[in-house]
Design a protein around this ligand. Structure first.
Ligand SMILES: O=C1O[C@H](COP(=O)(O)O)[C@@H](O)[C@H](O)[C@H]1O
Length: 262
């Protein structure tokens, strides 16, 4: 059973919250939500730009690769990106690309040319610059939309997870990268969570999204979810607390364990 509603507190008008009994229920709802947005954007724009994170999110997306979605989603319209990636070879156990391929992308018929992995032969700095160049070409080609409000790319849907410390993408609490306001993609050499070298979308890009699903399940992040959803704000704000979309819809998908401390 889902509890729908706006979140109390400062983000009230900006965040929706869905809470389900179990992680299985979250997976069912998330697949339906993603499939509906895929159909909407495929009809409106002829393309669906979907951004993945790593972590537990990929397992929670498993229902997308099952009936009915395996057959009913128009996978040919999908363009897949990563909100962050570890700078490791694509077949490395730490690779977010490998995680998504193994858990989802190898099971659905998205054209391989529409899956945008990082160039794993480059340095972190080079890979971030290269990824930004790829995005700019896709804007030029009309695949990726631009936000008229912010001047940053506007992805149709970002499917994000959050770490126990409140990080999202590879944007960590209190880290100077939180202030990057020019680049679309940047790099980090000292990620508090290993591996240390990563690339990540910047905040202005994440905040320009049309839709963001913040997917948090299990007890591990319950304290952070409590802090994020609390009316009382402590400094520094968690990255997730700073994620107020410019002109988009942000929805929390949680199970009961994730909100057990509220
Ligand atoms: O390192 C990362 O961690 C976060 C959160 O992962 P989770 O396992 O706690 O769900 C993930 O969203 C990010 O993409 C990844 O690089």
């Amino acid at each position: 059973m889902a509890t729908d509603g706006a979140v109390p507190g400062p983000a009230a008008s900006k965040w929706n919250r869905l809470t389900f009994d179990t992680e299985e229920d979250v997976a069912v709802s998330l697949a339906k939500y993603t499939a509906e947005l895929s159909a909407k954007f495929a009809a409106e724009r002829g393309a669906f730009t979907a951004v993945l994170s790593g972590g537990t999110l990929i397992e929670t997306l498993r229902k997308l690769a099952e009936p009915p979605y395996l057959e009913t989603v128009d996978w040919s319209k999908w363009h897949v990106f990563w909100v962050d990636e570890r700078v490791v070879p694509k077949d490395h156990v730490d690779s977010n690309y490998k995680l998504a391929v193994d858990g989802l992308l190898s099971k659905v018929p998205i054209p391989t040319g529409q899956v945008y992995a990082i160039n794993d032969t480059l340095s972190a700095e080079g890979a971030a610059a290269d990824y930004e160049t790829v995005l700019k070409k896709l804007v030029k080609d009309g695949v990726l939309a631009m936000s008229t409000e912010t001047g940053f790319p506007r992805f149709d849907l970002m499917l994000l997870g959050m770490g126990p410390d409140g990080h999202l993408a590879s944007l960590f609490p209190g880290h100077p990268l939180l202030n990057e306001n020019k680049k679309w993609v940047t790099h980090i050499m000292d990620s508090p969570k290993p591996p240390p070298q990563r690339i990540t979308f910047t905040f202005p890009v994440i905040k320009s999204s049309a839709y963001v699903a913040m997917v948090v399940t299990g007890p591990g992040e319950a304290g952070t979810v409590k802090r994020a959803l609390s009316d009382e704000k402590t400094s520094p704000l968690l990255p997730v607390e700073m994620t107020i979309l410019q002109d988009g819809e942000f929805t929390w998908f949680t199970d009961k364990q994730a909100v057990s401390m509220l």
